[in-house]
Design a protein. Structure first.
Length: 550
C-alpha cells in the first residue's frame, strides 16, 4: 500500500478530489477518478462577482412550448428536411416565428441585435454568428412554398386541441403599407388604406378565422383590390383546401352585392351578411310597426322572412349606436346651420358675389357634413340687394333619421337559427378585426419593408404563424381562468431572464453558471395556473414541461 496523501493536511479541494476518486460506480465499473474534478464548494471573491449576457427567457421559452403543443416543429422538419446546411431550415423557420412572437423586428435588426438579446441562442442551439440577414431572407424563401401545408396542419391540430368545429367562418380584409417604392412588386398598389397612409403603396390581406378568432387561412391581394372582389376567390380557395363542408360564412356589408349573394346561393353556401344602410328604407314599415324582441339592455332585434323566400332579414337596433348616431346628426346639423348663417351674413355685405362660387361653397359645406346634408334644402335667389341664400328643413328626412338611428339589417339563408343566434354569429366578425389589430400592433405586420412579392408573402406568413402561437396561448389562458387576452400575461412572463453569473474563485479561475431568474410571486402564480414549470437546468433544444389543465 502506498500513501497518497494525509487528509488532515490537504485543503478542502484536495479532500473532495480524494473523495470523488474513492467513489466507485455501483455497477462495478471504472472508478470515477477524472470524470468530474470540480469541487462542490469553492471560495469566491464576492467583490468580483458579476452577471453577463442577460437575455429574455420567458417569452422564447413560452413560444417554444407553444410550438411543441402545435407540433409545428415536427411538421417543419417534415416539410424542410435537413441537408448540408449547418443549421436546418426547419430550425431557422422556428427561429423566425419565435422572434416575431417575442420581439417583432425586421430581418436585419433581428440578425444584428434582437437575436442575441433573446434566449433562443440557448433554446434552439443556434449560435449568433449563424444568424445573419442573408440566411433569414433565405429562410423566408424556403418557407413560403409550404404555406398551404402549414395551414392544413394547424387547422387540424387546433381542432384536435380545442375542439374547434369550424362551423362558422368569418372573413375580412385589411391593408398593410410599404416603406419604399416596391417598384417590381405587382401586389404593391395604392388603394384604400386602413392605416391612414394613402401616400404609400400597400397590399391587402384577407383573413379567415373561427368564431373564437382562431385562424383557418389567409391570402394576399393587390393593394388596389376592393374587398368585394376578393370574396369569391377566398371562398373557393378555402373550399378547395378543406373541402366544401356544411359551413356558414359571415361577411361585412362592404363585401356584399347582389352578384355576391347569387354566387353564394349558386354554390349552395350558407351565409350571414350585413347589408348597406340604404336597404333600411325598404323596411320602413317594419321598423315603425314591427314587434321588437329585447335581447339585452341596449339591443333589440326583429325577425322578418324575405319577400322571395329562402332568406331571413334580421333588423337590429342598438341603444348605444342610436345615441351615437343621434349625437352625430345633431352636430352636423349645427355645423351646416352655422355655415349657412355665416354665408348669408357675408352675402348681405356684398352685391358682387358670383353664383358659381357660392354654389361651390354650399356644396363643400354640405359635403363636409353629409350625415345631415339631407335635412336641408338650400336655394340661391337673385334679389334686388344681390345674391341671397335661403334654406328650409325637410321634416320627413328628420323623421326617417330618428326612426333609423341605431338600426342595421342582416340577411341570411340560414333558416334554422333564431334571430338571436344569427345576430350573435354576425357580431363575431369583431374577432376578424381583433386578428388584424394583433397582426399590426403586437406582431408588426406593417410597415412592410420587403420589396419582392415572394418575400412580402413570406413575411405575412411568418406573422400569421406567430398569430397562431398568440391565439393558442390565448386558449391556454382561457383554460387557466386568465381570460382570452394573453397580452398582459405574455408581458409579465417576458420579464423572466436568463443570466450568466461569473464567480471568480480564490485560485484565480472563474466559474460561469447560466441561471434562470426566480419568478416573482405574480409570475409564479401565472405559471402555476398555466401548468407550466420553469426548467431547473438549461439544455439546448429544451422544450418547456407542459401539464394538461385538470
Amino acid at each position: 500500500m502506498r500513501v497518497v496523501a494525509y487528509l488532515g493536511e490537504t485543503d478542502e479541494q484536495g479532500r473532495l478530489g480524494v473523495k470523488h476518486a474513492a467513489e466507485a460506480s455501483r455497477d462495478g465499473g471504472q472508478l470515477k477518478l477524472f470524470e468530474d474534478t470540480r469541487p462542490e464548494w469553492v471560495e469566491v471573491d464576492v467583490n468580483g462577482l458579476r452577471v453577463e449576457q442577460v437575455r429574455s427567457f420567458g417569452g422564447p421559452w413560452l413560444g417554444l412550448a407553444l410550438v411543441g403543443e402545435l407540433h409545428l416543429d415536427r411538421v417543419l422538419e417534415q416539410l424542410l428536411p435537413g441537408g448540408r446546411e449547418d443549421v436546418s431550415w426547419a430550425v431557422m423557420a422556428q427561429l423566425a416565428v419565435l422572434a416575431r412572437f417575442c420581439e417583432p423586428s425586421s430581418e436585419p435588426r433581428l440578425a444584428e441585435d434582437v437575436y442575441e438579446r433573446l434566449a433562443l441562442v440557448e433554446l434552439l442551439g443556434v449560435p449568433a454568428e449563424k444568424v445573419n440577414e442573408d440566411r433569414l431572407y433565405r429562410t423566408l424563401d424556403e418557407l413560403l412554398p409550404h404555406k398551404a401545408a402549414l395551414e392544413r396542419h394547424l387547422k387540424a391540430r387546433i381542432a384536435e386541441l380545442f375542439g374547434i368545429s369550424y362551423d362558422l367562418l368569418l372573413y375580412d380584409v385589411t391593408s398593410a403599407y410599404f416603406e419604399g417604392e416596391a417598384a417590381g412588386n405587382a401586389l404593391a398598389q395604392r388603394g384604400y388604406s386602413r392605416d391612414g397612409r394613402p401616400d404609400c403603396k400597400q397590399v391587402c390581406v384577407g383573413v379567415v378565422v373561427t368564431r373564437e378568432g382562431l385562424p383557418l387561412g389567409h391570402e394576399v391581394f393587390a393593394g388596389n383590390r376592393h374587398d368585394s372582389t376578393t370574396l369569391e376567390e377566398i371562398v373557393e380557395t378555402m373550399e378547395k383546401r378543406y373541402g366544401k363542408a356544411e359551413r356558414i360564412w359571415a361577411f361585412d356589408r362592404g363585401m356584399i352585392s347582389a352578384e355576391k349573394i347569387e354566387f353564394l346561393r349558386r354554390g349552395g353556401r350558407r351565409y350571414i351578411v350585413g347589408t348597406p344602410k340604404s336597404m333600411l328604407k325598404r323596411f320602413e314599415r317594419e321598423l315603425a310597426e314591427g314587434t321588437w324582441q329585447r335581447m339585452r339592455e341596449d339591443l333589440e332585434v326583429q325577425y322578418c322572412a324575405g319577400p322571395e323566400g329562402g332568406e331571413t332579414f334580421i333588423f337590429c337596433r342598438s341603444g348605444a349606436r342610436q345615441d351615437k348616431e343621434a349625437a352625430m346628426h345633431a352636430r352636423f346639423e349645427r355645423c351646416i346651420e352655422e355655415g349657412l348663417r355665416h354665408l348669408a351674413a357675408r352675402l348681405e355685405r356684398t352685391k358682387k358675389a358670383e353664383r358659381s362660387a357660392v354654389e361651390r361653397q354650399v356644396g363643400r359645406l354640405l359635403g363636409q357634413n353629409r350625415r345631415a346634408a339631407g335635412l336641408f334644402e338650400v336655394r340661391l335667389t337673385e334679389e334686388m340687394e344681390g345674391l341671397r341664400v335661403r334654406w328650409t328643413r325637410r321634416e320627413g328626412w328628420r323623421l326617417w333619421s330618428q326612426l333609423s338611428e341605431g338600426c342595421y339589417v342582416l340577411r341570411s339563408n340560414v333558416l334554422d337559427w333564431s334571430a338571436e343566434e344569427l345576430w350573435r354569429a354576425y357580431i363575431q366578425l369583431t374577432e376578424a378585426e381583433a386578428a388584424f389589430r394583433i397582426h399590426k400592433s403586437d406582431l408588426d405586420l406593417r410597415p412592410v419593408w420587403h420589396q419582392k412579392e415572394a418575400r412580402v408573402r413570406a413575411h405575412i406568413l411568418v406573422c400569421s404563424l406567430a398569430y397562431v402561437l398568440w391565439k393558442t396561448f390565448g386558449q391556454w389562458c382561457k383554460r387557466a381562468g386568465l381570460g382570452t387576452e394573453p397580452r398582459k400575461v405574455l408581458d409579465e412572463l417576458q420579464q423572466i431572464k436568463l443570466v450568466e453569473a461569473v464567480l471568480p474563485t480564490r485560485r484565480g479561475t472563474e466559474i460561469r453558471k447560466r441561471c434562470i431568474s426566480r419568478p416573482t410571486a405574480h409570475q409564479a402564480i401565472l405559471l402555476d395556473r398555466l401548468r407550466l414549470a420553469l426548467p431547473r437546468q438549461l439544455k439546448t433544444l429544451l422544450a418547456p414541461q407542459v401539464f394538461e389543465a385538470v
